[in-house]
Ligand binder design. Structure first.
Ligand SMILES: NC(=O)c1ccc[n+]([C@@H]2O[C@H](COP(=O)([O-])OP(=O)(O)OC[C@H]3O[C@@H](n4cnc5c(N)ncnc54)[C@H](O)[C@@H]3O)[C@@H](O)[C@H]2O)c1
Length: 260
């Protein structure tokens, strides 16, 4: 597996790598001997083969500073994983006026999920174009394709990510750079599923917390939630040369679930 993926010493930036899916990806990259850069609001403890940089990806200046620091340290960027993202459940119209989509949630979601990915992709692509090599993975969501009840703006942000993936692949493929997206489905709990998220989702969907959990177990064809490691495995394959003919597409990693 180690040699098969051939990721040893590859320089990998993972945004939002301090928690959840991103953290699991970083662990898998480190197991493969890659040089990992965690770009996150939260700085991590020092680890071997891992550089933690505090970076708010919604801020272009902070992304440029982070990329500059990576170049000063390693001299190249092989892989970018645009993983940092948020989901805040909101209805278009909430007759109980508690969880209705407003400009604040709209902007917060688009700024992180879409603009943050744009900032990082642009700064890294400038380097990758000079190298004539690189892979960008954008973390989308299965609900980006079909929409999802009470997740309108989140789903729209992920649809934008799918679309940007296709366009960036068209622009960058002639220069040896691949761009791929992955769309996870219902996953084992991460920090994304905080109490505010669960309360909002239960309110909007008129379900209890128990029903919400049961729903996650039954909506996939495989009858269970996905494991973070299963997302990491897919990403490691996609960034490796084993996936050298895959670009400009979104790969569902959702246990067969395809409707939000
Ligand atoms: N967990 C799921 O079920 C699921 C399903 C489909 C897609 N996804 C996507 O996977 C990605 C990761 O989700 P997760 O569940 O691991 O979330 P998470 O909340 O566990 O982790 C998100 C990380 O992003 C960081 N972050 C937040 N704002 C940031 C900013 N402005 N700049 C830099 N870092 C920032 C956080 O500090 C955190 O470490 C997201 O894009 C999410 O939309 C998750």
């Amino acid at each position: 597996m180690h040699k098969w993926l051939d990721l040893e010493n590859k320089v990998v930036i993972v945004t939002g790598g301090a928690s959840g899916i991103g953290q699991r990806m970083c662990q898998s990259f480190m197991e493969q001997g890659a040089q990992v850069v965690i770009a996150d609001l939260c700085v991590q403890e020092k680890m071997e083969n891992c550089l933690s940089i505090r970076c708010d990806v919604t801020r272009k200046d902070e992304v440029e500073r982070m990329v500059h620091q990576v170049m000063e340290t390693f001299g190249r960027i092989d892989i970018l994983v645009n993983n940092a993202g948020i989901s805040i459940p909101r209805l278009l119209v909430d007759d109980r006026s508690k969880y209705e989509l407003d400009d604040t949630v709209f902007d917060q979601t688009i700024n992180l999920n879409v603009k943050g990915s744009f900032h990082c992709a642009q700064a890294c692509a400038r380097i990758m174009l000079r190298q004539k090599y690189g892979v960008i993975v954008n973390v989308s969501s299965e609900c980006g394709k079909e929409g999802s009840f009470a997740q309108g703006i989140y789903s729209a942000s992920k649809a934008a990510i799918d679309s940007l993936t296709r366009t960036w692949a068209k622009e960058l493929s002639p220069h040896g750079i691949r761009v791929v997206a992955i769309a996870p489905g219902p996953m084992e709990a991460t920090a994304l599923f905080n109490s505010a998220y669960i309360d909002a989702m239960c309110h909007c969907r008129h379900i209890t917390k128990e029903e919400m959990q049961k729903n996650y177990d039954t909506v996939t064809l495989l009858g269970r939630e996905g494991h973070l490691e299963e997302i990491a495995n897919t990403v490691l394959f996609l960034v490796s040369n084993r996936a050298s003919f895959i670009t400009g597409t979104t790969i569902n990693v959702s246990g067969g679930k395809s409707r939000g």
